[in-house]
Design a protein around this ligand. Structure first.
Ligand SMILES: Cc1ncc(COP(=O)(O)O)c(C=O)c1O
Ligand SMILES: N[C@@H](CCCC[NH3+])C(=O)O
Length: 436
């Protein structure tokens, strides 16, 4: 059965007239016939609803806020277009993401450019394009940017990335705000760094940025970071006599991957940030800054489902029963990298009892190529379709051609229609950049 309150399901999930799982008005078995598997499916309604939830929550709690989609989660032209149509700005983290965003029609002034090691070429591309903000990570980068902007006779509007010393409860590899992190400038050294910024003729300091981690399922770390950053803003205004116009708090709000995992609603996240920011600014007699938040996962994660075909059912008697699918670690490396958990259903057995404990493994030549360990499903057979939920973020974005498997196609579904956002790679694509 489908419990529509399960937050890992796309909003449009239901059972089709053919008794299969349906998303965006499209029967998943029909999508498998039309496009083949593995297949990434993106539900437009869920994606738009997530954008609107952010817009509305901040309009109600802190209207001077910009929502910038962190496109590292899924940097695909058709997705950028929807994000843009919903009125969000965009955060990019490489020349490649910048290129796709610009080609997708995103106005450069709505782009925020991140990265801890931007190359001189990337900085030049960003300046030439006229991106709205560049987030400076370190001294060498400040110097490169100053030189480049001077050469181009441009002024670079920047935020300074700060390492605030806050560790959110999340996997070690997706924490970014602690003092040991590779990102940003230690909060105690920010005022000195800003003195260096003041000596730059082609740099226009606009504000500060902090991002404390990803897949955060508790709003309290966000309230700590607001307190720390307003303390810092006061220090900057006193010590550097510079106005901090913008406070960027990064992204990080988590999503549901499993039934028991319940993320805070976006409304609560916006409320706590809005409340705390107003409170701490009033306490310190600071003007309210413009706020930027950069959600990635919580915009696209729930909208995505990956569809696989089961090839083999292998019973290692008394130990483990495997379902082998036609994808795996190359289309979703998150279980292997972060021990990430997912849940899944058999598309055509949605009403059957889940009586068998299975392990879903991929087709790659690695023992770690296991997508889901110990999931209960109805008895499965070769040819059954498996839908893995909440794969919209950091799946296609982190995919590879390991074992020379072509990447799956991605389709967008809405109101019974489907269209290709990314075509399936071919064997010739695998050879396309190789020389004999
Ligand atoms: C600077 C920055 N902003 C935004 C994000 C997006 O994070 P999330 O996908 O967790 O919302 C990240 C990634 O963690 C990031 O490093
Ligand atoms: N790639 C990570 C999130 C990293 C976010 C980028 N700072 C994940 O899949 O969970």
């Amino acid at each position: 059965m489908l419990h529509s309150k399960n937050e890992y399901l796309p909003l449009t999930s239901c059972i089709s007239v053919r008794n299969n799982l349906e998303i965006g008005g499209c029967d998943l078995a029909a999508l498998a016939e039309q496009y083949g598997t593995p297949l990434y499916i993106m539900d437009e309604e869920t994606l738009r609803a997530n954008c609107r939830a952010y817009q509305q929550a901040f309009a109600e709690n802190y209207p001077n806020a910009v929502i910038a989609y962190a496109s590292k989660a899924l940097a695909v032209a058709g997705i950028y277009r929807i994000i843009d149509a919903e009125g969000l700005s965009v955060d990019v983290v490489s020349g490649g993401e910048l290129h796709i965003a610009l080609k997708s029609g995103i106005d450069a002034s709505k782009i925020i450019f991140h990265g801890n090691n931007k190359s001189p070429q990337e900085l030049e591309d960003a300046l030439r394009a006229g991106v709205g903000l560049i987030v400076v990570d370190n001294t060498a980068e400040l110097q490169n940017l100053e030189n480049c902007a001077g050469r181009l006779q441009k002024k670079a509007a920047i935020l300074l990335r700060v390492r605030p010393g806050i560790e959110a409860h999340t996997h070690d590899f997706v924490k970014t705000g602690g003092f040991d992190s590779k990102f940003g400038v230690h909060i105690e050294r920010v005022c000195d760094f800003i003195e260096a910024i003041k000596r730059c003729r082609s740099i226009d300091f606009r504000g500060v940025h902090a991002h404390i981690g990803s897949q955060i399922l508790d709003v309290n770390p966000f309230s700590f970071v607001v307190e720390k950053m307003t303390e810092l803003i006061e220090k900057i205004q006193k010590h550097n006599q510079l106005e901090v116009q913008i406070l960027n708090l990064g992204g990080g709000l988590g999503i549901s991957y499993l039934e028991k995992e319940i993320p805070p609603p976006v409304a609560d996240y916006a409320k706590i940030i809005g409340q705390e920011l107003k409170y701490h600014c009033a306490k310190r007699r600071l003007p309210l800054p413009q706020l930027i938040v950069e959600p990635g996962r919580s915009i696209v994660g729930r909208a995505g489902v990956t569809l696989y075909t089961i090839g083999t059912v292998k019973d290692n008697k008394n130990i483990r029963k495997y379902l082998f699918v036609d994808g795996g670690m190359s289309d979703n490396p998150r279980p292997m990298l972060y021990d990430a958990k997912y849940t899944a259903d058999l598309v055509s057995k949605m009403s059957e009892r889940k009586t068998e404990r299975m392990t879903i493994a991929g087709k790659f030549c690695e023992s770690s190529d296991v997508l889901i360990k110990d999931i209960y499903l109805p008895p499965a057979a070769a040819g059954d379709l498996l839908a893995v939920y909440a794969t919209g973020a950091y799946n296609y974005a982190m995919s590879s051609n390991y074992n020379q498997n072509p990447r799956p196609a991605m389709v967008l579904v809405n109101a019974g229609q489907s269209r290709v956002l990314v075509r399936r790679e071919t064997y010739d694509d695998l050879l396309a950049r190789q020389e004999f």
